[in-house]
Design a protein around this ligand. Structure first.
Ligand code: SF4
Length: 342
């Protein structure tokens, strides 16, 4: 389905919807291309330095396509300067004024996101399409329920209610073979937004619908990228970086697992190879529950077990567990003891 599915994992039962291939700069969207994860900046786009800094943070988190709002002419004219400083494709988000799209195209962006519901008459949309065609820039048609006139609201594709969005995408999937950008718009703060996005995007992705995703959160956009990859990891559609398998803890717990799990997640955040790392509270269930993991620890009374592929490597004092696990993962990656998937 995608190139970085781990071979041992069960696949989804529904095959991916067949879509045509579209290029967003260096990123292929649609067809058999991996489902890409994108985000949108929160900075004032006119402040090019701040916008570049935020996009670089997004890139570090794995973001593959970055979108910026283009509210006015000044924002449109700095797009070229932003584009030159970043590695990921740049999407200009345009509402209302088609002339901003024309400037963005001249500035060399990789994709124009327009909303035909508010761009106005047909000739304006045609002018944008012509400019994009001349420069081989892709266009994303983004239709948010909140941005539409009442008369076309009922036909909206992107909505903040996940089930409404799911229905709309399903209907559209029957009508065309364009690749879909999935998003639950204005989903909310970190926790409710993650839940709504996971349900909406998860249902669709499990049905094979969706070619690129953006989790929209009222939070640091880096969180959007992290949640996006977690959704794809949970569905076994992509596996980038460390997948932490940690237990919820219970009365058997004898170590500070919350702190340990957070520390290990932070210290292995730089790993991009697909790895399952188990951080479990006790040996009673720890080894068994973590058997499928590439590496792991299981806590005990002041001491824990370090294991690899379900085999015990050695006993380690609690205070040294995080160091021992991180060292084992990093040294194994250095020696290519583990073959990354895809
Ligand atoms: Fe409880 Fe141990 Fe299971 Fe964690 S691994 S939930 S501590 S039994």
């Amino acid at each position: 389905m995608t190139t970085d599915v781990r071979p041992t994992q069960p696949a989804l039962s529904r095959p991916r919807r067949k879509t045509r291939v579209v290029r967003v700069g260096s990123v292929v969207v649609g067809g058999d291309a991996p489902i890409s994860v994108q985000s949108m900046t929160t900075t004032d786009t006119r402040d090019a330095a701040a916008t570049v800094a935020e996009i670089r943070r997004l890139e570090e988190a794995g973001c593959e396509i970055a979108r910026v709002a283009v509210p006015d002419r000044e924002a449109a004219t700095v797009l070229g300067a932003i584009k030159r400083e970043i590695g990921v494709p740049l999407v200009a988000d345009i509402h209302f004024d088609y002339r901003l799209a024309l400037i963005a195209a001249e500035q060399g962006v990789d994709c124009l996101r327009i909303n035909p519901g508010n761009i106005g008459e047909r000739s304006r949309i045609e002018a944008v399409v012509k400019a994009a065609k001349e420069r081989r820039i892709s266009i994303r048609i983004g239709v948010n329920a909140g941005s539409l006139e009442e008369d076309i609201l009922e036909r909206s594709l992107k909505a903040s209610h996940p089930l409404l969005a799911v229905q709309a995408y399903r209907l559209m999937a029957e009508q065309c073979d364009y690749p879909f950008h999935l998003g639950i718009t204005e989903a909310g703060p970190l926790v409710p937004g993650t839940v709504k996005s996971s349900i909406g995007l998860g249902l669709l992705l499990a049905e094979g619908i969706g070619d690129t995703i953006r989790v929209s959160l009222t939070a640091d956009p880096v969180e959007e990228v992290k949640v996006g990859f977690e959704i794809l990891k949970a569905l076994r559609l992509r596996h980038r970086g460390v997948n932490i398998i940690s237990c919820p803890t219970c009365g058997r717990l004898e170590i500070d697992l919350f702190r340990l799990a957070a520390e290990i997640e932070r210290r292995l955040a730089h790993v991009t190879e697909p790895l399952d790392v188990a951080v479990l509270g006790c040996v009673v269930n720890g080894i068994g529950e973590g058997r499928e993991a590439d590496f792991g620890i299981a806590g005990g009374k002041g001491v824990g077990l370090l294991f690899r592929k379900g085999e015990i490597v050695r006993k380690v004092k609690e205070a040294e567990l995080a160091d021992a696990l991180v060292d084992l993962v990093e040294s194994s990656l250095r020696h290519s003891a583990l073959t990354p998937a895809g």
